[in-house]
Design a protein around this ligand. Structure first.
Ligand code: NAD
Length: 491
């Protein structure tokens, strides 16, 4: 049994710098459990001084430990050991993660932790595989392109899958030999402190993986502007991504990797072979983590001939979700992260419904005395200029648009700003390939929706959905810079 009493969980405190927990007096933030809206801990807001201490320690560790200079396979071995230790403590970590996040404990235990552990192993494998190139030059010259880590990489992560997002941010820079300072989201800040302790137990030199707690405007901004930082890797909203680019530009032009928001379509043609399978993909695409997923398939675009049958099936699946506290194994549908987020979703849906569209199911917060839950919601009768179609709500709200001709479907699938992901469901392989060519998104899934554990497939958005990739070889490469060397040995 994974069920637990939230009062029994001990919550780690402070920042983690140079291999030690750091407790400093200063401003704090209350941190809430979304399942029952209770404050369960206080979080220090890392000041500019704390940020400076973390970055300078990270730089010192980068320069003096053997993390970047020993044989890369030694680094890989430590990363693999780290993965083993996370696996060893999986139960305790799953409970701590579920305590204050929107992730139900069964999902963290069965999916998030195994995915993260294997992701570390994937990145570890790249440690000794990206050494650079020899260039084609005249024969009495030797041209080389050598790779080297940036030094200190700042990683900033969101709250929606705290462990998984943190590992996806820190795995590539660590594998590439950098030191990292991570700032997790202030809404879900604690599990990563345990991960950092386990990294030390695995043999990672102190100072290579640090955590500074805090909010965006104070701590996050100070991290991005610190002159000792070589690169920034961020996952979060498009708005924050823009602020981070500005901070980088104003403080020395640090390279950025940005994984940002989306408003991804699921495009369904009437020629699909199995409508039940499509319904499951669409329902899961919007209901997983109550829609709080960057690649949530929040826009259903369906060929008219199957619209009614498909909506029937999706509605049935949506009605069958089991909402409840994240600490119960019976729950498969968690809360919305905060009151503010719940209010934002509710207001956007209300404004849309007032302008004519209808809620086929849902359309309001769930009747519950505690916590912040929103009903699975399907809205029909919308047009592309409406808020629920244009804006990322980050909640369980599916808008539905229908079409007759293929070209019309492709046109509806496009978005004026976002291009994170798209799903295409069709039984016609040529049509699928036309869709792949036409839809402008960083990932296109055909006859499925959502990531698999194929870490080799990079993930990242086009346009306002981001810059760079978070998985695949590309993610590790992005944490190495290239130095060109030309040796002239002509007599
Ligand atoms: P957010 O942008 O509000 O916060 C993300 C992180 O940025 C937090 O740690 C926050 O403290 C920090 N931050 C905020 N302001 C900052 C500033 N000025 N400088 C530096 N750091 C700052 O996003 P969120 O609400 O935590 O997450 C939800 C968003 O993240 C959604 O838009 C979602 O689509 C996106 N997301 C994208 C991906 C992806 O892979 N593309 C994955 C998950 C989430």
């Amino acid at each position: 049994m994974l069920d637990f009493n939230p009062e029994d969980i001990s919550v780690p405190q402070g920042h983690f710098i140079d291999g030690e927990t750091v407790l400093e007096p200063g401003d704090q933030l209350p941190v809430c459990r979304p399942s029952d809206s209770m404050v369960y801990a206080d979080l220090p807001i890392g000041s500019a001084d704390t940020v400076d201490r973390a970055v300078m320690n990270a730089r010192h560790a980068f320069e003096t430990s053997e993390w970047a200079t020993a044989a890369p396979r030694a680094r890989a071995a430590i990363l693999r050991r780290w993965a083993e230790l996370i696996e060893r403590d999986r139960r305790e970590l799953a409970q701590l993660e579920a305590l204050g996040s929107t992730r139900h404990v069964r999902g963290v235990f069965d999916i998030d932790i195994p995915y993260s552990v294997d992701c570390i192993r994937f990145f570890a494998e790249w440690a000794d595989k990206l050494g650079g190139d020899v260039a084609a030059t005249r024969s009495d010259h030797l041209g080389m392109v050598v790779t080297e880590p940036y030094g200190v990489v700042v990683a900033i992560s969101p709250w929606n899958f705290p462990i998984t997002q943190a590992i996806t941010k820190v795995g590539p820079p660590l594998a590439a030999g950098n030191a990292v300072v991570l700032k997790p989201s202030e809404l879900t800040p604690f599990t990563v402190l345990r991960l950092a302790r386990l990294a030390i137990e695995a043999g990672m030199p102190p100072g290579i993986f640090n955590i500074v707690q805090g909010n965006g405007p104070v701590t996050g901004d100070a991290l991005c502007r610190h002159p000792g930082v070589g690169k920034i890797s961020f996952t979060g909203s498009t708005q924050t991504g823009a602020a981070i680019m500005t901070a980088s530009a104003e403080s020395g032009i640090k390279p950025v990797t940005l994984e940002l928001g989306g408003k991804s379509p699921q495009l369904v043609f009437a020629d699909v072979e199995n409508l039940d399978r499509v319904a499951a993909a669409v329902a899961n695409g919007i209901l997983n983590n109550a829609g709080q997923v960057c690649v949530a398939g929040s826009r259903l675009i369906v060929q008219r001939a199957v619209e009614e049958a498909l909506l029937d099936k999706i509605s049935q699946l949506a009605r069958a979700v089991k909402p409840g506290p994240t600490w119960s194994e019976a729950t498969n549908y968690g809360p919305i992260i905060s009151q503010a987020q719940l209010h934002g979703i509710d207001q956007a849906v209300k404004r849309t419904l007032e302008s004519g569209p209808q809620a086929l199911i849902g359309g309001k917060p769930l009747d519950s005395t505690v916590g912040t839950y929103y009903e699975p919601t399907i809205i029909t009768g919308v047009s592309s200029d409406m808020e629920v179609v244009r804006e990322e709500l980050f909640g369980p709200v599916l808008s539905v648009q229908s079409f007759d001709e293929e070209e019309e479907g492709f046109a509806l699938a496009g978005h004026e700003r976002y291009g994170l992901a798209a799903g295409v469901h069709t039984g016609d392989v040529s049509r699928a390939l036309r869709a792949v060519r036409q839809i402008k998104a960083g990932t296109i899934w055909v006859n499925r929706y959502g990531r698999t554990a194929d870490y080799i497939i990079p993930t990242g958005g086009f346009n306002s959905s981001g810059i760079g990739k978070d998985l695949g070889r590309q993610a590790v490469e992005a944490n190495l810079r290239h130095k060109s060397v030309l040796i002239d040995f002509a007599e």
